[in-house]
Design a protein around this ligand. Structure first.
Ligand SMILES: [Zn+2]
Length: 373
């Protein structure tokens, strides 16, 4: 069958022994998500996340440190390592920029400040105190608060649309002055942020990612508390700038920011931030961009390159896709415990059909085969 090798950027013919023959299927390496939340607060655990990731075509994910409790010391890390044993998904972790841990380059790959509140003093002190490694940066002026960007037609606290770009500039410049050299800006949401990242590339290695929801929706689409996400949705002008930055490869990585929650309260003040979406990420990215090879590259090679993980096309570890299948998202069918998804009811194109891990089919057409591991 046809398979796309994103390392060499070429199509191949491979024999994969599919469980079932179907017209029009294509294969590619299993996806890598460098922005996943597992919670461990009853709302997502390693069992439910394993299934959700596999159903989404992901063979590896990088967990963010704002778990319950926070991933900032060796005891918590050991607990995560135990919980993630014997899974068909490869789990990696980012450790809190503010805690005791330093990335080991094997399982813990970088620092992250995602989901952790900080202000100008706290982030500067963290850069001063820690040994330099790659930093995943959730760029936010937390002291400003605000759930949505100014001009969003919702009656709730707002933050300036430039505040993400201001934080990107501040955090990268602070890090640089303290000897940090590599930065990865998470979930960029505005045109100004893209321009700031391009400017900062004169001084440092700065990669970045975008989520499916920021490529798909704008602030006028906010219709319920599932749309309370961080960073918020920008204007249509911003959304188009993000799509254009994907096209120019200024945005290298597609990441899910899978943020599962139990049903959110119908109140914007009380609802937590986040949308659950690892299961529909490929379809949403592909529908938003209509570019199959690019979507595969940004979900496979690009995150691995940022994190320093080598790889090559391997027919024993593949995701099989039906690029032409059209379907409507129904969050009730999610394997994740988080049913809070902004794509609920949205029609998407392209679907993950199967996943092969270490030479064995672990998922096919809605069914899991996980027992033998
Ligand atoms: Zn974040």
């Amino acid at each position: 069958m046809r398979a796309y090798d994103p390392w060499k950027r070429r199509w191949l013919n491979v024999e994969l022994n599919l469980p079932e023959q179907k017209e029009g299927l294509v294969a590619c390496p299993t996806f890598f998500d460098m922005h996943t939340h597992v919670r461990l607060n009853g709302q997502e655990d390693y069992d439910s996340l394993e299934k959700a990731a596999i159903a989404g075509g992901f063979g590896a994910v990088l967990i963010q440190p704002n778990t319950n409790p926070e991933l900032d010391n060796v005891d918590v890390l050991d607990a995560h390592l135990r919980l993630a044993q014997n899974k068909v998904v490869d789990f990696y972790w980012s450790v809190s920029l503010f805690g005791e841990l330093e990335p080991d380059g094997k399982r813990t790959l970088c620092y992250s400040n995602d989901g952790i509140e900080y202000d100008t003093i706290k982030i500067l002190n963290a850069f001063k105190r820690k040994r330099p490694h790659l930093v995943l940066d959730h760029s936010q002026m937390h002291e400003l608060g605000g759930f949505f960007y100014e001009a969003t037609p919702i009656d709730a606290p707002k933050r300036p649309i430039c505040s993400e770009a201001v934080s990107i500039f501040r955090n990268v410049m602070f890090g640089l002055e303290c000897g940090f050299k590599k930065f990865h800006i998470q979930h960029v949401s505005t045109k100004l942020s893209i321009e700031t990242i391009e400017y900062l590339r004169k001084y440092a290695k700065v990669s970045c990612e975008v989520t499916p929801h920021h490529l798909f929706f704008n602030m006028n689409d906010v219709k319920n508390t599932n749309f309370k996400i961080n960073p918020p949705l920008g204007t249509e002008h911003d959304r188009k700038a993000l799509l254009e930055a994907v096209e120019r490869d200024v945005i290298g990585v597609f990441a899910t920011d899978h943020a599962p929650h139990a049903e959110k309260p119908d109140n914007f003040e009380k609802a937590p931030f986040g949308t659950s979406g690892i299961e529909i990420a490929f379809s949403a990215f592909y529908t938003a961009t209509n570019r199959l090879e690019k979507t595969i590259e940004k979900l496979t090679v690009a995150p691995r390159k940022v994190l320093g993980i080598e790889g090559a096309f391997d027919p024993d570890n593949v995701t099989v896709i039906d690029p032409n299948f059209e379907w409507t998202v129904d969050t009730k069918k999610f394997h994740s415990k988080g049913k809070n998804c902004v794509f609920d009811g949205t029609k998407l194109k392209g679907r993950v059909v199967g996943v092969k891990r270490s030479g064995r089919w672990v998922y096919w057409d809605g069914e899991f085969f996980l027992d033998e591991t």
